[in-house]
Design a protein around this ligand. Structure first.
Ligand code: 13P
Ligand code: SF4
Length: 310
C-alpha cells in the first residue's frame, strides 16, 4: 500500500522518530490496521494478542501504542511501571463504547451463573468486571477452557460471540455490540467479489456479521489472515477486514494479489494516528494512558487469565 505522506516527509519523520525512540528507550507497537508508514517505523506490527504479549514482555521504558485507546489501556494494565503513550488520544473504538461497567454489572445480576468472557475491545472498567479476556485469535480457545456446564456471557461483540458459539457448541449469552467498520460488509459484497475473482478464497475477520462469515472460506484474526495467505497455494484472495492489513499482506506474500471485499472497510479511529503524531508524542511524552490501581488489578487478572492460555 502507498504511504499517505510524501517520501520526503516519511524520511524526515522516521529519522526523527528513530532518534527519539533511542533517547526515550521506547518501543513502538503498531496494529495491522495502522497506516502503512506507521507500520514501517514500528518495532512490532501485529494483531491485538501479539501486541498485548509484546506490551507485557517489553523491557523498554516507554511504549508508544499505534492503535486505539483500549489497546494502549491494556498495555498500561499489563506494564504498570512503563509510560504508555497513545499518539492520538481520541482514537477510540465505537464497539468498546457500546458497553459500560454499570450495564455489565446489571446483566451479570440477571445471569449470575454465567462466566463473563470479555473481548479485549473494551474499556479497563469492563475488563475489571469480567472473568477472562479474549482476542479474536484466541476466543475459541478461551471459551473451550471454561467449565462446560456454565453459560458464557460474551461481551461486547455479538458477531464474535456468535462465531465462538458455532465453533464451540457452547451456550453464549451475547451483548449487542459490534464493530461498525466490519458490520458494513454484506453478504452481497462477498457474492459480488466472488464473481469478479472466482479463484480467490474469501478470508474474513470474525467481527463480520454471521451471514458474511457463513460465506467465507476462512475466518481468522488479522494475524491469522496473514498466516493463511502466506501458507496457501492460492495466488489471489478476497479480504474481509480493515484495509490496513493489505500493507503486511503485500509485504509478506510477494506476487500474490489481494482484493478488499469492499472499500467501506476503513476504521477512521485506526487511521487517526499519523506519523506526525507519533513523532510529537515521543517529543512531548504525551498523551499518557493510565489506569487507576483498583481497576488495573481486576482488569489485569482477566488479561492474565487469557495470556496464561496463549
Ligand atoms: P485482531 O487484531 O485481534 O485481529 O482484532 C481486530 C480489531 O478490530 C482490533 O481493533
Ligand atoms: Fe473498533 Fe472495529 Fe475499529 Fe477495531 S476496526 S478499532 S473493532 S471500530
Amino acid at each position: 500500500m502507498e504511504y499517505t505522506i510524501s517520501k520526503e516527509k516519511f524520511d524526515r519523520l522516521s529519522t526523527d522518530i528513530a532518534r527519539l525512540r533511542e533517547e526515550r528507550k521506547a518501543v513502538i507497537l503498531a496494529h495491522l490496521y495502522q497506516r502503512p508508514e506507521i507500520q514501517d517505523v514500528a518495532d512490532f506490527i501485529g494483531d491485538s494478542l501479539m501486541l498485548a504479549q509484546k506490551a507485557a514482555a517489553t523491557d523498554a521504558e516507554v511504549i508508544v501504542f499505534c492503535g486505539v485507546h483500549f489497546m494502549a489501556e491494556s498495555a498500561a494494565i499489563l506494564s504498570p511501571d512503563k509510560v504508555v503513550l497513545l499518539p492520538e488520544e481520541r482514537a477510540g473504538c465505537p464497539m468498546a463504547d457500546m458497553i459500560t461497567a454499570e450495564a455489565l454489572r446489571e446483566k451479570k445480576r440477571r445471569h449470575p451463573e454465567a462466566i463473563v468472557v470479555c473481548y479485549v475491545n473494551s474499556s479497563a472498567d469492563v475488563k475489571a468486571e469480567s472473568d477472562i479476556c479474549c482476542t479474536s485469535s484466541n476466543a475459541v480457545k478461551v471459551v473451550e477452557s471454561l467449565p462446560p456446564d456454565q453459560p458464557v456471557l460474551f461481551v461486547p461483540d455479538q458477531n464474535l460471540g456468535h462465531w465462538v458459539g458455532l465453533q464451540t457448541g457452547r451456550k453464549i449469552i451475547p451483548w449487542e455490540g459490534y464493530c461498525n467498520t466490519h458490520d458494513r460488509v454484506t453478504a452481497h459484497d462477498i457474492e459480488k467479489a466472488r464473481v469478479l475473482h472466482p479463484e480467490a478464497p474469501v478470508l474474513v475477520h470474525p467481527e463480520c456479521k454471521p451471514d458474511v462469515v457463513a460465506l467465507a472460506d476462512g475466518v481468522f484474526s488479522t494475524a491469522g489472515i496473514i498466516k493463511y495467505a502466506q501458507a496457501s497455494e492460492a495466488r489471489e484472495f478476497i479480504i474481509g477486514t480493515e484495509c490496513g492489513i493489505l500493507h503486511q499482506l503485500h509485504k509478506t506474500c510477494p506476487g500474490k494479489e489481494f482484493h478488499l471485499v469492499t472499500n467501506k472497510l476503513v476504521c477512521p479511529n485506526m487511521k487517526s494516528t499519523t506519523l506526525d503524531k507519533v513523532q510529537w508524542c515521543l517529543e512531548e511524552m504525551q498523551p499518557r494512558i493510565t489506569v487507576s490501581d483498583d481497576i488495573r488489578q481486576k482488569a489485569n487478572a482477566a488479561l492474565d487469565q487469557m495470556l496464561a492460555l496463549s
